[in-house]
Design a protein around this ligand. Structure first.
Ligand code: ADP
Length: 484
């Protein structure tokens, strides 16, 4: 089968979060399932820099007409990905974040930027590249959400459509008045269409019109049909319950393999786990922490936002410091949370270290050097960092929500006595329960056999894309488009 995957991010071309990891890795795993995947992304400056041997294809006429400015469609192979790049400089040739202007606000023309991306996917879906017509258009998150809508309103045969929600918290809201500019028909207005509380939601377009909907873990799929977790979409998602399922993410087990990871100070396997010590020392030195091999070192690699619950970690610091533990934080985001960690690092030099920014190498060092990885998210569609932690022998300490609930086996008494635990879970998600989880982690750390067992269990956990790719392939095969 031919699959067109459309997204705003794909690692290694462009990444701001887990979406990129998924879009970059899933196609390679799907190959083994007999799927030929092409991945369509916008031509951001970083993406254009990576294109060396690109072939120029014709921009679909409908897209050229919709955008009204110069553009090209480029095809290239990058890191095993069969990539299509939508190069429209007026829309994408901008420095910095793919979504935010220099003022930190959404680019005012985001509606048109991502409508162009989705429209291109839809046009390819209906044959704009005659040599390559996909059976399925797979849209990821709000930036691609309009693709199923364009295909829904297309008269004539069309491919099947799948909308994957990586995070419901980003609805892709734009003014309703843009409906015409986005070339959606007037009937797309209204509750049964793309309207969302007085705005147009590009994510809703996908949720409303895709043949099937997935999200990135079974628990998150269950959470988003409730009023607590549905972010305003729960009514629609309940209605579409038959079309909705959860498929866990995997991780790229080649990029993230402690046995071969060239970004590490020392490589190791479960059998040579003592090799983590060198990485711990490197991490301590990078983070300005005391060189102390025995101190329990907690790590964080995360966007610093409300979702990730790291404001609660600031409140739970006494629990960590009381147990003589260290903390290393790598992240960026909310200025208040950033300032909180900077201040904590200044107040406890050698005990708390923080680097504000984005650093792929340090993220690897963190997984290989931290003893435990903290993920206290208020909600978490899947979460990838806890999967990297499992693979690298860092014990994940996670909120029992969404994908975190589905991927970590809590060190409860039964799991410990059966020797199957891989981490620590806590719920509800409060500073108090987080503090208790930190204390529990310190107790486990003091119990060397239990700790080593958990590390070994984590490292033996299958976190690859193989299983998830099989589930996506089965889903693609099951999608039937309505007869025209
Ligand atoms: P989300 O997509 O919600 O941000 P995930 O856990 O699904 O969260 O994915 C986050 C991804 O981004 C992981 O690959 C993680 O290693 C990476 N990441 C997050 N913050 C940083 C950072 N400051 N430096 C390097 N990598 C980061």
């Amino acid at each position: 089968m031919r699959i067109l995957s459309v997204a705003s991010e794909a690692y290694p071309l462009i990444k701001t979060g887990g979406l990129a990891d998924v879009v970059g890795a899933l196609p390679l795993a799907l190959e083994a399932e007999g799927m030929a995947v092409r991945t369509l992304v916008p031509g951001y400056p970083r993406v254009m820099l990576m294109l060396t041997d690109a072939i120029e294809l014709k921009l679909p006429d409908a897209v050229a007409a919709q955008v009204g400015s110069r553009g090209r469609l480029l095809a290239a192979w990058i890191n095993g990905l069969d990539v299509l790049v939508l190069d429209i400089p007026a829309l994408y040739d901008r420095p910095g974040s793919p979504y935010l202007g220099p003022d930190g606000q959404d680019w005012p023309d985001n509606a048109l930027r991502f409508a162009a991306l989705a429209r291109t996917a839809a046009e390819i879906g209906i044959g704009a590249l005659p040599d390559w017509v996909p059976d399925i258009v797979h849209a990821h998150d709000w930036q691609a959400g309009l693709a199923p809508a364009y295909l829904h309103y297309h008269d004539g045969p069309r491919p099947g459509t799948l909308m994957t929600v990586h995070n419901l918290a980003f609805p892709g809201k734009v003014p309703l008045e843009l409906l015409t500019d986005m070339q959606l028909p007037p009937e797309a207005l209204g509750m049964e269409g793309v309207e969302f509380y007085g705005s147009l939601s590009m994510l809703k377009a996908g949720l409303q019109f895709a043949d099937r909907i997935t999200t990135v873990s079974p628990s998150y799929a269950a959470e988003i049909v409730t009023s607590d977790g549905g972010m305003g979409f729960d009514g629609l998602l309940r209605e579409r319950g038959q079309a909705l399922s959860g498929i866990l993410n995997g991780i790229d087990t080649i990029d993230w393999n402690p046995a071969t990871d060239t970004l590490l100070a020392e490589r190791y396997t479960a059998a040579t786990i003592a090799g983590r010590a060198t990485n711990k020392a490197t991490l301590q030195s990078r983070m300005g922490l005391a060189q102390d091999a025995s101190a329990l070192l907690f790590g964080v690699v995360s966007r610093l936002t409300w979702q990730k619950g790291l404001d609660m970690l600031l409140e739970a610091l006494p629990a960590l410091l009381d147990r003589g533990a260290q903390l290393a934080v790598l992240g960026a985001g909310d200025p208040v949370i950033e300032a909180g960690f900077r201040e904590a690092a200044a107040a406890y030099p050698g005990r708390i270290g923080c680097i504000i920014g984005y650093d792929e190498r340090l993220a690897h060092t963190m997984q290989a050097g931290a003893d435990a990885l903290l993920v206290p998210s208020r909600f978490e569609p899947c979460g990838l960092t806890q999967l990297y932690a499992l693979r690298y022998g860092a014990i994940p300490v996670v909120a029992r929500v969404g994908g975190l609930a589905d991927t970590v086996i809590d060190a409860n008494p039964m799991a410990l006595s059966n020797g199957v635990a891989t981490g620590v879970q806590f719920f509800p998600v409060t500073p108090e329960t987080l503090s208790a989880a930190i204390a529990q982690t310190a107790n486990l750390y003091a119990d060397r056999p239990a700790w080593l067992r958990m590390q070994a269990n984590g490292m033996a956990t299958d976190v690859s894309w193989r299983g998830p790719a099989q589930r996506y392939a089965a889903l693609y095969r099951s999608i039937r488009t309505p007869a025209v």
